[in-house]
Design a protein around this ligand. Structure first.
Ligand SMILES: Nc1nc(=O)[nH]c2c1ncn2[C@H]1C[C@H](O)[C@@H](COP(=O)(O)OP(=O)(O)O)O1
Length: 215
């Protein structure tokens, strides 16, 4: 439906065309021509990964891995690594790109093993979620994984990535431990991680309080 000045008609916003501005091995920059909800034709600068597989709408997976061990608090398995685009270390959930033919669950177990050495069991997979939709069409599926830390192969896990540091943060103190780390080190925390931490505080300590209604 087209927009006209003297009618109340609206236009379903849509993309008209994509033109390549620059391309590298991992990402490309496109000029997106689109029609906005008012019917005006506009331009957006869009970043896309070049690596998305044909069998999925997700570029990658993020893994919320819970390490369960006898006589220990349940811990969230986290990774700290230097991220070139940020120019600093970041605190993230283990994550990675989905390879050809992989499901989100398979990719998650492979990436978890590579980055942390742990062997886990998938307990949930989210729908495809966007990461930074004002910049990029990058998407991820969050996969929740339980790790039996009492199993032989999970007692001294051996990771395959030299430059990734594995951190175990207790679930019931997740936000506090992150805040302590941020005070101590020059490190940036991934938004997904911090929002999960805020949700855990809500769930553990104020399950009946609705944060949106607080004055
Ligand atoms: N945007 C990127 N630029 C690069 O120069 N290299 C990149 C980009 N994105 C991914 N990669 C490379 C780095 C790794 O060698 C592989 C696989 O990364 P993966 O482990 O799947 O994902 P992350 O842990 O999130 O980097 O891709």
């Amino acid at each position: 439906m087209n927009h006209t000045e003297d009618s109340n008609e609206t236009t379903a916003p849509h993309v008209v065309k994509e033109e390549l501005l620059a391309s590298g091995r991992w990402v490309k920059l496109e000029k997106t021509t689109y029609v906005d909800p008012a019917g005006s034709t506009r331009i957006w600068e869009t970043v896309r990964r070049t690596t998305r597989q044909t069998n999925t709408n997700a570029d990658g997976v993020g893994i919320i891995a819970l390490l369960k061990r006898t006589l220990h608090k349940d811990c969230v398995v986290m990774v700290k690594q230097f991220r070139p685009p940020m120019g600093c270390f970041t605190l993230e959930f283990p994550a990675g790109l989905i390879d050809e033919g992989e499901s989100a669950a398979t990719a998650a177990l492979r990436e978890l093993k590579e980055e942390t050495g742990y062997k886990g069991e998938v307990v949930g997979v989210t729908p495809v979620t966007c990461l930074d939709p004002g910049l990029s069409n990058c998407t991820t599926q969050i996969v929740t994984v339980n790790i039996n830390g009492d199993e032989m192969e999970n007692i001294n896990p051996t990771q395959q990535l030299e430059f990734v540091e594995v951190l175990l943060l207790p679930l019931d103190e997740f936000q506090t431990k992150i805040d302590e780390l941020l005070k101590k080190e020059e490190i940036v925390v991934d938004a997904k991680v911090y929002i999960f931490a805020m949700g855990m505080v809500q769930a553990f300590f104020k399950p009946r309080e609705l944060p949106v209604l607080k004055q």
